[in-house]
Design a protein around this ligand. Structure first.
Ligand SMILES: [Zn+2]
Length: 395
C-alpha cells in the first residue's frame, strides 16, 4: 500500500491508522504528519470519537500549562467474532479490537456434520458469549476452516477433511444473522497469521507447517500472508516425495507427502505393521515406550516432510519454519528428522539464518490469527472510511 504523503488528503481511516500505530497521538501531531488543516483534523477526529474507535486522554501536566489531549485507539470500542474450526478441536471466541479474547469456549464439534449443523451452532455460541453487549458493537467475523478456501469469496474448495463442506459459500450464511464483514480462510493460514503476529512480529518471512491428520502450510512473505491467485498457496501436502512406494493419494496422484507422512498415513502404516493404534495419542505412547519400529516410521515420515520443506525453503527463503499440529507437537524424532533434511537439502544461503522451531502458541494461534485477519480488514483505512460513509447515509 503506498504511504500517503502530505500532498494527498488523509481520510478519517488514515487518521485512525496513524493513531493506532502511535505515529501521531495528538491533534497537533496529526496536522503535522498529514498536512491537514486544524478544522479538517478536528472533523476526522470527531468522526472517530463518535464511532468509539478513538478515546481522548489527558495526562497530568508535567511542566505547567495545559497538557495536550492525547488520542488513543479504543480497543473496547467494538468486538469481533472469531472461530478456529479444526477436524479435532474448535475454539469459538469474542475478541476486542486489539484481538484480546473477551470470552471463549472450546468445542468438540464433529465438523463432518456439515455447515447446516455447525454454522448455526457457532452463531448460537457467539450469541451466548456476547452476553449483554449490544450487537451494534460487532465489527466483523473471522473464521478458519479445515478446507482450502477461495479467500475473496469465502468459498470452501476441496475440503481436506470434511466432504460435506466442499463448495460452501460461508459469508452469506453468517451475514444473515450478523450483518458485518465475514472473512474465511483455511485453518493453516490463520495459524500462520496468529503465530506470526503473536510470536514473531519482527520477522517478515515465516512458514507455518501443520502436521496433523493432514499436512499443509501457511506462508508469510514480506510480512503478509501469501494466498496466491485464488487461495491455494501453501498446499504442500500434495507435493510428491521421491522414494515413495506408489501410495495413491485421495487427490488422485501418488506419493504426495500427505499420503505418506501425515498423521493419517502414520496410523495406517502402523496398523498395517500390526500395531494396535487408533489415535495419535496411541502412537505417542509407543514412541514414549521406545518402540523401535514406531520410532523408525516416525523418523521416515519426518524425512519425507523435510524433503518437501527443503524445496519450499529454497523457493521462499523464510527466516523461520514453525512446526505445529498435534503430530509435530507430539513427536520429537519427527521434528529432528525434518530439521536434519531441510538443513542438508536446502541451499546454503536459504539456511544460513533459518530457524526451525516448534509452534510457540499451539492451537491458540488459531483464534489469534482469525482475530488479526478480520481486524486488519475492518480497521484498514479503506474499510473505516467506507463504514463511515455507510453510517452517514443511514443517518
Ligand atoms: Zn495428493
Amino acid at each position: 500500500m503506498p504511504r500517503r504523503t502530505a500532498a494527498t488528503l488523509a481520510t478519517s481511516g488514515e487518521v485512525l491508522r496513524l493513531i493506532r500505530t502511535g505515529e501521531a497521538v495528538t491533534r497537533a501531531d496529526l496536522g503535522r504528519v498529514t498536512g491537514l488543516s486544524r478544522p479538517a483534523v478536528q472533523l476526522r477526529v470527531g468522526e472517530l470519537l463518535e464511532r468509539g474507535l478513538v478515546v481522548e486522554r489527558t495526562d497530568a501536566p508535567s511542566t505547567g500549562g495545559r497538557p495536550p489531549v492525547r488520542l488513543e485507539f479504543n480497543a473496547g470500542g467494538g468486538v469481533v467474532l472469531v472461530a478456529a474450526l479444526g477436524a479435532s478441536r474448535t475454539r469459538v471466541a469474542v475478541c476486542d479490537l486489539a484481538g484480546s479474547e473477551l470470552a471463549g469456549r472450546d468445542f468438540a464439534i464433529d465438523v463432518e456434520q456439515g455447515p447446516d449443523v455447525v454454522l448455526p451452532l457457532l452463531m448460537d455460541t457467539w450469541d451466548e458469549l456476547l452476553g449483554d453487549r449490544p450487537r451494534s458493537m460487532i465489527r466483523g467475523v473471522g473464521m478458519g476452516v479445515p478446507a482450502t478456501v477461495e479467500f475473496a469469496q469465502g468459498r470452501t474448495e476441496s475440503a481436506r477433511v470434511m466432504a460435506s463442506w466442499t463448495g460452501v459459500l460461508i459469508p452469506p450464511i453468517i451475514r444473515e444473522r450478523f450483518p458485518v464483514p465475514v472473512l474465511v480462510d483455511n485453518d493453516v493460514n490463520v495459524l500462520a497469521i496468529g503465530e506470526h503476529r503473536g510470536a514473531y512480529p519482527d520477522l517478515d518471512d515465516l512458514m507455518f507447517v501443520k502436521v496433523s491428520t493432514r499436512i499443509g502450510a501457511g506462508i508469510i512473505a514480506g510480512g503478509e500472508i501469501l494466498r496466491g491467485a485464488l487461495g491455494a498457496a501453501g498446499e504442500i501436502g500434495h507435493i510428491p516425495v521421491l522414494d515413495g512406494a506408489g501410495v495413491l493419494c485421495r487427490c488422485g496422484n501418488t506419493d504426495c507427502v500427505d499420503s505418506v507422512a501425515s498423521g493419517t498415513a502414520l496410523l495406517r502404516d502402523l496398523r498395517e505393521a500390526g500395531k494396535d493404534v487408533k489415535t495419535i495419542a496411541d502412537v505417542t505412547a509407543l514412541v514414549r515406550a521406545g518402540d523401535a519400529e514406531t520410532m523408525a516410521m516416525v523418523r521416515t515420515a519426518g524425512r519425507r516432510i523435510g524433503e518437501v520443506l527443503a524445496g519450499a525453503v529454497n523457493i521462499l527463503n523464510p527466516s523461520v519454519v514453525v512446526l505445529g499440529g498435534d503430530v509435530a507437537e507430539a513427536f520429537g524424532p519427527l521434528v529432528s528428522s525434518i530439521r536434519e533434511v531441510v538443513y542438508r537439502r536446502s541451499t546454503a544461503l536459504a539456511t544460513r539464518r533459518l530457524r526451525i522451531e516448534p509452534s510457540r502458541l499451539g492451537s491458540g494461534a488459531g483464534i489469534g490469527g482469525c482475530a488479526v485477519m478480520v481486524l486488519d480488514h475492518v480497521l484498514s483505512p479503506e474499510a473505516v472510511d467506507e463504514s463511515m460513509t455507510l453510517s452517514a447515509v443511514r443517518r
